[in-house]
Design a protein around this ligand. Sequence first.
Ligand code: SOE
Length: 387
Amino acid sequence: MKQLNVGMIGYKFMGKAHSQAYRDVPMFFPDTAAKPVMKLICGRDKAGVEQAAGQFGWAESVTDWRELVARDDIDIVDINAPSDAHKEIAIAAAKAGKHIFCEKPLALTLADSREMLAAAEAAGVKHMVGFNYRFAPAVRLAHKLVSEGRLGRIYHFRAWFLQDWIVDPEFPLVWRLDKSIAGSGSHGDLGAHLIDLAHYLIGDMTEVIGMNETFIKERPKPASMTGLSAKGGSGGEKGPVTVDDATLFMARFAGGALGSFEATRFAPGHRCTNSFEINGSKGSVKFDFERMNELQVYFTDDADDVQGFRRVLATDPAHDYVGAWWPPGHTIGYGQTFTHEVVELLNAIGEDRQPVPSFVDGVKCQAVLEAVDRSIEERRWVSIGDM
Ligand code: SOE
C-alpha cells in the first residue's frame, strides 16, 4: 500500500486532534487507499515541539515550517497553525508539490483563500480544509436524508453554534480575539462550521444579511495560552478585542430555502452546542453536537398515532464510518470526526481525486463570511455572487 509521509505544523489543540487521527487510521481503517506515516512535526518552541513529538508519536521535530516544507521526504503538509499563517505555508507547500490539509477558516480573507486555491490548483496537488463536523455519522445521515429527497422540498435551515469560554470579562486576550491573527471571532471560528454544514446539507446561498457585537471591548493581556485556556499577565495590562463576540445572519439558499445562523461565545452553559435543524415538506431533522451520535428525525407520513421526532442512534453499520469502530450503540466522540477526515484525505490522494471538503469549499465558506461582514458594515443584503 502507498505510504504518505506527513509533516504537521502546530501541536496544540488541533495538532493533537490531527495526531490522534493519524494514529487511529491504520488501526481502525486499515483499508484506506494510502497509509499515513507520522514523519515530522513543527512548532516554534523547541522544547514544546520535542515533547509533543514524543507524546503524540511523531518521528522527528523541527522549529521552522520552511524546513518542513522543503523536505523531499514529506508528501502531505498538515497546517494547524493560527489562521494568519495558513496562506504563506499553504502556498509554499503547493509550490513544493506537497498535498495540503489545512484547518479552518482557510484564510483571513476571501482574496487570500482564492490565492491558496489557485496555488494548489496550479501545482496539481490535493487540498483539503478541516471542516470536521461533516464527518460525524449523524450529520452524514442528515445529508443522506436530504439528498435522497426523504425530507422533501427543503424550507428551512437554522443553525447555531454556542460557546461560553470567554464569557468572563477577565478571560485573557488570546490569539482567537485578535483580528490580525484570527481574521474574525465567533464568525470565522464557529460560524464557519455552520456555513460549511449549510453548504454540505442544503447547497449554495445566494444572499445574506447579518449583525454582530463585541460585548467585551478590552481584556487582560495573556501571560500564556494553549488551546482554549489561558492565564492573564500579572501587570493587569489590557488590550483591545478586535473581533466579534457574536455574529448572527439570515440567508437565502439557491434551492429556495431560508436560513438563519447564530455564532456566539457568550451563551453561558453552552460549551460546544453546534446544532442545526432542517425542515422539509416530508419531515425534519435536528442535530446537536453535544449529543453527536444522535439525529432526531421526523417524517410527516408516519401513522397519526406515532407522529413525533424519533431519536436515531447513528452507530449502526448502515451509518457512514461507524462500522469501523465499535458494535452498534457503542458511541464515538469529537476526536473521531478528525479520524474520518484523515480517512477521506488518504483515500482521495490514493485514488487520485480531490478530497471533500477541498479548498473550493474553504473559499465558498470564506465568501459567505465576508459577505456577512460586508452586509453588517453596509447595513444591507449582500449577494454572494458579488463577492
Ligand atoms: C473554539 O471555539 C473551537 O475549538 C473552534 O476553534 C473549533 O473549530 C470548534 O470545533 C470548537 O471550538
